[in-house]
Write a protein that binds this ligand. Structure first.
Ligand code: NAD
Length: 475
């Protein structure tokens, strides 16, 4: 559901933004370097409040979606959020410690170190598809790094937004962490604020607008965007296993995942076996898929119509559409669907699909596939199914993507100790784990001169002394 906000609500939320921003800025100025104990306390409060509100946040997401599998909300939103908090809490002391750096002989015996410092007041813009994890993941990194944060929740998940606002108010003063709801106008005002850092998760198109707005304040941005993530199966890889792992990535959240496999390249001759395997898997996972609570709905009528439009367009241009289940569209769900014989002229091969539709392309040589991928915008994820290490190395070196899954889809996102982020049109910057901490910190280099040192040798008046020195320095 997309909430329609009345002008007075938009005005009120925009005014709240101005007020919250000023309060957070004043609070940060009063306490610019929260210590490890207070950061750990904030992380623990965040964890507690998520556990306490687990069922109402879960129900709110489902209501916003029409239907979201509650198990998927627990597996894909609560679990990674809580695991991320646990990881940050365990590592925080180490992350916060200044790190010694080397000093070259010319500056000895001075010392160098890098001191992580909170940036200040940060903004986090959240999309609708995983509204909890994509709010709590960045918030965890922001808090761990000692910042204050305001979150802007998507207009597509208003029930969740309100539930999160109420939950976080129990754990935090709004001058520490606050939640804003409201429509696109509020989001636009949000992007135009002079944040110390802005993390945006959403589409590539809106990401460009956000970066433009941020440029006016020279606000540093992390852009977590989308795109078409390719999947390639090598001829030697068991097709049933590949089908199961690819379908899993495509069916979770009904394919409404930034890193869902967008389309798959199969070796010529494997298409029938893949279709049979996919049909059996969907029948096993989602009997009576329309009513099956494990299968999530498409978020709203607009997105359902968009996805149905892709199928109509592809069929009209000669593709073969193979639904893997029989679902009444009135349920708001769309069956997992394979599409064969796709071409670049079809809209589903131009846009990020973001739904349970999987175009299947054939190939004969891996180089063709690599050429195809490299001729297109750099993807957020790439999945390669193969057990041969030299071919895996070749694939890793020949393509560039935000992240890679070997013989699995999507699970790289859930690794606390791996950075997450796109490249080029799929995003810039990283978060999760230590990289998240660094993203929201100023990693401040500090040079400390020693009491006795030789720098006077380089000072004017220049003459034979400096010239002799330069002979050594410029060798
Ligand atoms: P979207 O870009 O439409 O909206 C994202 C957020 O931006 C929403 O909160 C919205 O209110 C806000 N927004 C809209 N217009 C804005 C503007 N002009 N200025 C500032 N903010 C604005 O994306 P969506 O439909 O919510 O999410 C789907 C997209 O997000 C897909 O492309 C998907 O791949 C991507 N995504 C990426 C990741 C990732 O981690 N890389 C994760 C989830 C989703």
């Amino acid at each position: 559901m997309q909430a329609v906000f009345q002008p007075h609500e938009t005005q009120a939320e925009t005014a709240r933004l101005v007020d919250l921003y000023a309060r957070q800025r004043a609070a940060f100025n009063a306490q610019p370097f929260p210590g490890v104990v207070s950061r750990l306390r904030r992380l623990a409060s965040l964890r507690e409040v998520l556990l306490k509100h687990r069922s109402n946040l879960n129900a709110a997401i489902s209501a916003d979606f029409g239907h979201r599998s509650s198990h998927e909300t627990e597996l894909l939103e609560f679990f990674p959020s809580l695991a991320g908090i646990k990881h940050a809490s365990a590592k925080l002391d180490k992350w916060m410690k200044p790190k010694r750096r080397g000093v070259s002989i010319w500056f000895m015996p001075a010392s160098n170190r890098v001191v992580p410092q909170p940036l200040g007041v940060v903004g986090i813009i959240v999309p609708w598809n995983y509204p909890l994890f994509l709010a709590i993941g960045p918030l965890t990194a922001a808090i761990a790094a000692g910042n204050r944060a305001i979150l802007k929740i998507s207009e597509y998940t208003p029930r969740f937004g309100e539930a999160l606002r109420l939950a976080l108010r129990e754990a935090f003063d709004e001058d520490e962490v606050a939640v804003l709801n409201g429509g696109v106008e509020v989001a636009q005002a949000f992007a135009a604020c002079a944040w110390d850092h802005l993390l945006f998760t959403g589409s590539t198109g809106v990401g460009k607008q956000v970066m433009r707005a941020a440029a006016d304040n020279l606000t540093p941005v992390t852009l977590e965007l989308g795109g078409k993530s390719p999947t390639i199966v090598h001829a030697d890889f068991p097709i049933d296993t590949a089908a199961e792992r690819i379908l899993h990535g495509k069916c979770l959240n009904a394919g409404q995942t930034c890193v869902a496999p967008d389309y798959v390249f199969l070796p010529e001759g494997k298409q029938e076996a893949f279709t049979e395997a996919a049909r059996a898997i969907v029948a096993k996972w989602y009997p009576d898929a329309g009513k099956n609570p494990d299968y999530t709905a498409v978020v709203n009528g607009r997105h359902l119509a968009r996805l149905q439009g892709y199928l109509r367009d592809a069929e009209a241009k000669g593709a073969k559409v193979v639904p893997l289940a029989d679902i009444d569209p009135a349920t708001g769900k769309l069956a997992p669907t394979l599409v064969f014989g796709v071409t670049d002229e079809m809209s589903l091969m131009q846009d990020e699909i973001f739904g349970p539709i999987l175009p299947v392309l054939g190939y004969q040589r891996l180089d063709e596939v690599i050429g195809y991928i490299n001729a297109r915008p750099r993807p957020l994820a790439l999945y390669y199914f193969d057990y041969d290490n030299s071919r895996i190395s070749h694939m890793l070196g020949a393509t560039i993507s935000g992240g890679v899954g070997i013989n699995e889809t999507m699970m790289h996102v859930g690794q606390d100790d791996l950075p997450f982020g796109g490249v080029g049109p799929s995003g810039m910057g990283h978060y999760h784990g230590h990289e998240g901490f660094e993203t929201f910190s100023k990693m401040k280099p500090v040079f400390a001169q020693s009491r006795i040192n030789g720098l006077w040798l380089m000072r004017p008046p220049y003459g034979p002394r400096v010239e002799k020195l330069l002979k050594f320095m410029l060798r």
